[in-house]
Design a protein around this ligand. Sequence first.
Ligand code: IPE
Ligand code: IPE
Ligand code: MG
Length: 253
Amino acid sequence: MFNKFKRWKDKSDSITEDEIVKGQIPNHIAIIMDGNGRWAKKRSLPRTAGHHEGMKVVKRITKVANRLGVKTLTVYAFSTENWKRPEDEVSYLLKLPQEFLGTFLPELIEENVQVRIMGNKDAIPAHTLNAVEKAVNDTKDNTGLILNFALNYGGRAEIIQAVNSIVGDYKAGSLKDEIDENKFSSYLMSNGLSDPDLLIRTSGEIRLSNFMLWQLAYTEFWFTDVLWPDFREQHLIEAIYAFQKRGRRFGGI
Ligand code: IPE
Ligand code: IPE
Ligand code: MG
């Protein structure tokens, strides 16, 4: 058993793109991009340097995912719990999408990527929200990869928000039918997107941290000790390779 596992581990380190099945690329990959702070600390840099490096990795991985034929890439950029961090780190994190889009939007447009956002927009600073909404608008007709930013996002807040909207629509009379799973999903911020097939979390933490609690019901999970700023194409390929080895049964046999 040990040897078998070890062989698989050795193998996974050397997976090449040729070894993944092109017809079985996960449609929707969601990533909890974690470990920026530790990456910076290891180099005696401020935590913000780790976030900046992490932003560059989002660019690279978006391109790779698009090339591989992934339909949706959701990236957890800022959680509803991240407000607990020091003010300067919070403001840096909330400025990053603007910088990301400022330099990368033309390329995203060229690559036919469609930008989306999910999260509570009320608390996002205006400069960031304007930049993101411009990107959403400028790319809305693109038909390639959907790059979905979870920004000021929390899974519980999302569910509560959906429940409140449902109650509101009942009261207003615009909703009369009973709620089923599909109807409920349509009230979530991920409305229109398929549920993630593969969830990746970097940095060795094995938890969801309030990410897509409803949508991850049948997602395959893949964890790695690699810190997000060190995440490369090779790691994405390893994750997809591992995904393709799983037997997804969805409760069947
Ligand atoms: C992930 O890296 C980025 C965000 C949560 C916004 P962290 O900042 O959480 O890095 P660590 O976990 O402290 O290393
Ligand atoms: C999750 O990472 C949130 C994002 C990646 C945006 P955290 O670093 O905030 O999660 P915890 O605190 O380790 O659970
Ligand atoms: Mg973290």
